[in-house]
Ligand binder design. Sequence first.
Ligand SMILES: [Zn+2]
Length: 238
Amino acid sequence: VHRTGKHIVFDLGAPGTEPNDSGEEIALRAQSSASPAAQWIVHLGMTGRLLVTNRDSPVARHTHARLDLSSGRELRFVDPRRFGRLEFRDLRRGAAFGAPGAEPLTIGPREFTALFHGRRSFIKAALLNQTLLAGVGNIYADESLFQAGIRPRRRASRLTGTELEQLRLALRQILTQAIRLGGSSVSDYVDADGARGFFQLEHRVYQRTGEPCRRCQTPIRRVVVAGRGTHYCPKCQR
Ligand SMILES: [Zn+2]
């Protein structure tokens, strides 16, 4: 199981078992080799969760998929608001899943600068554009821009080389720390064991409108950029 952008990708092998075209019952074995026969791709969306449970556990409302694991347990996909997505790919008939954007945890300075060079959109909108960087969502865009001291409505093309490098390092630091703390449980996100994340306790600006900046005490402001609520400190970010 690995992550590509915002997607969770399960690499699967199909020894002696043809996938059922109806998609209702597919027996596949998890495969760690470099050339999987199939992939199951999950996007959690706003409220999706993957839960590993015992087979006889009560089925929660809004459970959209139940998968048998060879351990005898069950993997369930629960999504009340249904913004999540599930996809099955037979790799003998099509290409493996790939994200169009660059990976923010490993991208180098030159490639990062090239992504935003000449782009007239707001930097916040550019960060959310999954064809540029894969996997940066609203929370992490706001927190990274705060960390880098950059206002969300600066034009991407107007950022200096130094600012872009600060932003690249801020993204890497914020994402790494958020992953370590199990993500941000701002609504109902939990991991596969049902545990909540703790990164929401570290938020400096996200959903802190009107509250004092943790660095300078100035009230945090909220604007809308690219249709998304955007939070920043008017003093710490320029
Ligand atoms: Zn501040």
